[in-house]
Write a protein that binds this ligand. Structure first.
Ligand SMILES: NC(=O)c1ccc[n+]([C@@H]2O[C@H](COP(=O)([O-])OP(=O)(O)OC[C@H]3O[C@@H](n4cnc5c(N)ncnc54)[C@H](O)[C@@H]3O)[C@@H](O)[C@H]2O)c1
Length: 247
């Protein structure tokens, strides 16, 4: 199997992309450490997989980072993210929302990278996969803090790729467009009508005419973390958006 003997840390594993990645990597023999603030969700997911440890906690907390990175990590996938509806353009973004979005989407990625890199440097191998967004490449209207956080993640990834390439470490970012579900922190705040309108808007805006599937993102994540396939790819933002960036 592709990831036998590999220990994979997934941050933001309870739902969406992270949960799909957990299932996909588990199916290819990986041992998993799964982190999420949704304690019931991450514990339930870990219990359904053959070799998975759940760490329930906030991905911005030093204690969570320390608990999750206590052993060797071969592959880090950071996909925890928030995009609250309350944060819009600059005048419409509170300082609290700005700081929360930056903390989860960017600072947490830095904290986990900082924790796993020394071990990877010692072993002279390791792969980091961050979750950007097309919002990090081209701002999404009325999502300033989210767009800035994703641009920051992409530049964090590029800096790590550059600084640690000679130590056998690769870093890349997966940059989705519209995925099949809005993020968990938005879903609860949206009516059924608003969710349906979002799906219709996605279908209209995406040249391929549909939202991306989490299973597709998980398969791409495996490709980007598999040295046999992507061992010469580092520092890249891989856009998976059904062609949205073309329009
Ligand atoms: N859904 C989309 O359309 C879309 C589009 C582009 C990019 N993305 C990015 O993909 C990634 C995954 O998105 P998703 O659709 O799977 O979202 P999701 O909300 O389903 O999953 C995110 C997970 O992160 C967890 N999380 C959030 N804040 C946390 C914190 N402080 N500590 C620990 N866990 C925390 C949530 O509980 C959740 O399980 C995100 O980084 C998102 O920005 C999503």
């Amino acid at each position: 199997m592709r990831f036998s003997g590999k220990r994979v840390l997934i941050v933001g594993a309870s739902s969406g992309l992270g949960a799909a990645a957990a299932r996909a990597f588990a199916g290819q023999g990986a041992a998993l450490v799964l982190v999420d603030r949704d304690a019931a969700g991450v514990q339930h997911l870990a219990a359904t997989l053959p070799d998975a440890t759940a760490i329930a906690g906030d991905a911005t907390d030093a204690a969570t980072v320390a608990a999750a990175t206590a052993g060797a990590v071969d592959i880090l996938i950071h996909t925890a993210g928030i995009d609250p509806l309350s944060a819009t353009d600059v005048p419409g973004t509170s300082l609290d929302d700005w700081q929360a979005i930056l903390a989860v989407n960017l600072t947490s990625a830095f904290l986990f990278a900082r924790a796993v890199l020394p071990g990877m440097i010692d072993r002279r191998c390791g792969t980091l996969l961050f979750t950007g967004s097309i919002a990090g490449l081209k701002p999404t209207p009325n999502e300033v803090a989210y767009s800035v956080s994703k641009a920051g993640v992409i530049q964090l990834m590029r800096a790590i790729a550059l600084d640690h390439a000679r130590q056998g470490i690769r870093a890349n970012a997966l940059c989705p467009g519209f995925l099949e579900s809005v993020m968990a922190d938005r879903k609860g705040a949206m009516t059924a009508d608003a969710l349906a309108a979002r799906s219709e808007a996605a279908a209209a805006l995406v040249p391929l005419g549909r939202e991306g599937r989490y299973a597709e993102m998980a398969a791409l994540a495996m490709t980007l973390c598999d040295d046999a396939v992507s061992g010469y790819i580092t520092g890249q933002s891989i856009v998976a958006d059904g062609g949205m960036m073309l329009a």
